[in-house]
Every structure is written in C-alpha cells, then in structure tokens.
Write a protein that binds this ligand. Sequence first.
Ligand code: FBP
Length: 564
Amino acid sequence: MSPTLAANGDVAGTKSASGRISSVYSEVQKSRIDHELPLPSVLRSSFKIVDGPASSAAGNPGEIAKLFPNLFGQPSAKLVPSESDALQPEKNLNIGVVLSGGQAPGGHNVICGIFDYLQERAKGSTLYGFRGGPAGIMKCKYVELNTEYIYPYRNQGGFDMICSGRDKIETPEQFKQAEETALKLDLDGLLVIGGDDSNTNACLLAEDFRGKNLKTQVLGCPKTIDGDLKCKEVPTSFGFDTACKIYAEMIGNVMVDARSTGKYYHFVRLMGRAASHITLECALQTHPNITIIGEEVAAKKLTLKNVTDYIVDVICKRAELGYNYGVILIPEGLIDFIPEVQHLIAELNEILAQDIVDEGGLWKKKLTNQSLQLFDLLPQAIQEQLMLERDPHGNVQVAKIETEKMLIQMAETELEKRKQEGAYKGQFKGQSHFFGYEGRCGLPTNFDSSYCYALGYAAGALLQGGKTGLISSVGNLAAPVEEWTVGGTALTSLMDVERRHGKLKPVIKKAMVELDGAPFKKFASMRDEWAVTNCYISPGPIQFHGPASNAVNHTLLLELGAQA
Ligand code: FBP
C-alpha cells in the first residue's frame, strides 16, 4: 500500500504530520518502506472466525473465574477460509491502538497491519493512535492515523509513530478515565501492544468494559524483545528475533576483536529483564566461551561465589592452553536469580517501601545478618544501583545494575588469589559491555516485519468479528508465511494469580528459560567445547535479501521442534 510519492520521495504532509522525514532516510530504510509484506494465505481471501472449546486458566482457574466473571472460559478463535466474508464489511469501526512498555522492533508494522485491514476490509473506519502509552488513553491524547501519517514507519524500527509509556491503568479512577476516552471517541475496539503486564492490563480493561456493557472490545498483542511472553498458541513475542540478531552481530564482532588482540576478556551483559532467553539465543548464534543462564543459577541455588568460581575456572583452564582472552555472556537479570541476592532485594524492597533510608546508614540495621554481609561485600556502585527506585510494576530496574562490572571485579580478586597460590599464571584484563537499548529499535528482520504485520491484520479481523479479551496469535511460524495460522487466544487462559500486598492479583506468568527445553539442552551439550576451543561465529548484520534473510532464530525453531 504505497501512497503517491512527491518528487522528493516524501508523501505530501508526511514531514510535518509525523516527525519522520523519509526523504533523508538511508538507502536501506527507503528500500524497507516499500518492502512488500506477505500475508498468511488465510488473510488474503475470504475467511470466517471459528471458536475453539471453552478455555481455562494457566493456574488457579477458580480465582481467575472470580476476577474475570465476564470473560473467564471464553474460547480462543481461529480464522479459517470461507466461501464469502463472514464479517460485516459495511460496518465502519472506530479503533484505538496503543504501544505499551519497552520498544521492540516491529511495533510500527502491527499498527500498519491493523490500519491496512481496516482500509481493505472495513472501509471508512478510523484508527486512533494513543500517544505515549496507556497514559494517552487515560488523558485522551491521540492522533488520527492515516495513510500519509503511517507511510514513513512501514518496516521501520522504533515506537516513535505514537511513542510508548509504562503507565498502568489500575485504579478505579484510571479505569473511569479509560471509559471516558472510549465513550468520547465512540471506540468499537482497542488494541494494546505490550508485554505480560500490559496484556494483563488489557484483559482487565476488556473485563471492565464488558461489565459496564460498553461496546469497546479490547485485544492484546504479544510484544517484548525479552521473549518471555509466549505459550503454545503464542509461540513468540515480536522483537525478540531482531534484537537477538543485532546483539549476536555485536558479540561476533567482539569475538573477532578478542581473538585479534588476544588480551581481553569481554564481559557482555545482555538485556532481557528476568528471563535469559536473549542470552541463550545469542549463545546459540555465536558460541561464546562462557554463558551464564539465570534460570540455571536459580535452579542450582548458586551463590555469587559459585558463579565467580565457574568463570574463573574456565579462565584458568584457557590460560593453560595459552588463551588469555575470551567472551562471556551474562543475562541482565542474573542478579535477581541468585537466591542470596533475591533475599537481599526483597528486604531492600520493604525498606524502600517504608521510605526509611537515612544518610547515616541506620536503615541497614533492618537487614538480616546474611543480607547485610552480602550487601557490604558488593562494590559500592552495585549497592547504589540496588537502591534505585523500582519501576511502576515494583521490579528492580535490572537494566541499571552493572553486573558485568561486578563480575569483572570479583573475577580479578579470585584470579589474584589463585595467582598467589600458584594455580594461575595468565594475564587478565576485563572489558565490560552492556548490549541493551541498541537492539530495541533496529530495522525489523523479515521475520519480525511479517509476523507483526500479520498480528496487526489479525487483530483487525478479530475486532471486526466482535472479539474481546483475546491476544492476537499467529502460529506455525517455522513454515513459510503463507502457511501461518491466525487467530486469537483467550487472555484469561494465560493467567494465574499472585498474592501482592495481601491481595490476589491476576498475572500472565513470564515464560522463563526451561532447563529441559530444546534450546537450553542444545546449549548445554556444547558449552564445554565452546569454553576451551574458540569456535566463535560471527553472524554479521541482519540481511533483508539473500539466503540468510528469512532465517528464524534458533530458540523459536528448536521450541517448534524444527532443525535450527
Ligand atoms: P518490556 O518488557 O516492556 O518489553 O521491556 C523490555 C526491556 O527492554 C527489558 O529488557 C529491560 O529490562 C527494560 O525494558 C528496560 O526498561 P526501560 O526502557 O524502562 O529502561
């Protein structure tokens, strides 16, 4: 769907309307704008929506049923080919869309997907983009999206078309504000593009609107580079594929640098919040000497000392082989996986919640002995980072904790000790890296571009089909795009409850790395070899054409049972 181009390559009005100036785009950006996106074959002709069996919940169905009396049990939906379009083409829809949480490559394509659906199958409809995340819904800050406005964002990274935010719609007043916006814009539907918390929020909003007999339906869409929002029906979250490929390119480059100088150990911390999916995927793509997987550290109840010893053992073994260099991958959330640190963080959370931190350090008396000892052992920078403000969901902001620097310091101390004992004769120089924000806004891979477009297009169909409380789901992802399956999964079926502040709260459980899953097993079977031999792989930059351009990430392929 490319609109008529002006002589300068820009669509009239594009510059002032949306802030992006496509005439100054790089050749690659320009070529991506007009990249034709394939749609799953079911979305290319007439289809109908078929409901599956009644659904339950991921855990505690009784409690979820009480929390979602209007939505619990509703079936998932599947789009199947039909003789004629079973939806109502004559109906104009008013739809809102919002981006929630951290950026993930492909978000713009979800919006393009729902926009094109409405243009092609519900002509005369209006798409509103809420600005700045859920706060845009509450404050009714929006922009009406049209062909010219969205054109420069097609297949481009970032969330700047409407921007994102981390606010939550939680309190009765905030639900009321959302209701007022829905009524003011006469919204038939709202698509929330977000991670686990945002999709939980979308479901609460769908329940609230249905309970009030509002016509506004609410759907979710699985977004996060972290890769921790997935289940059988939602095989992956968008953005994971692109982010991992960007990080893997950078890791590959650092590996060649390490091999070239022969003098540095590169400690690379990778984004991904609690789960280690990104770290695991990057390891499978590049073959580093050491990879720490947070979920394994937690399962084996390892201490910080155990993790340091493991790293130092490999460094010593490599020194004996003549290698005083290497590459070590560390997940962003590692610190949160170490049981003794978890206890410390829990105690710090209580203390911070009571707002009793004083300059004199008397607050430390509130810590148990074990936590106090650990806190005092940590480098000062890490102590300060652990005390930083929590995010709106109450989580420690792991992106701000420089675990890679801490591990370099701890390895240095241990290696010095071993040197004095005569057990280590090498040279150690650590270089720290954090690969995080660099991966969130890259040009989406062919996979993420097509996946997102299909997710958005499917959301349009589900909204037109009267669905609410579902998450847009596209499956069979190891097959060519034409064969992908399309539908919506009941959000309540992904939910469990957690007790927070004495109350049961619904949550979509984060999907963590499974130690008996195929990706971890493949990694575990190769890591000892990678530790001592240098079988580095440099995947190079993301390709948009040619043999590697449609390669899907190892994690997804292995989880789907395909050969990676
Ligand atoms: P989402 O879960 O919202 O997708 O965020 C992903 C993420 O990039 C994490 O990997 C990272 O820990 C966090 O966002 C950083 O948050 P912020 O953008 O607020 O610094």
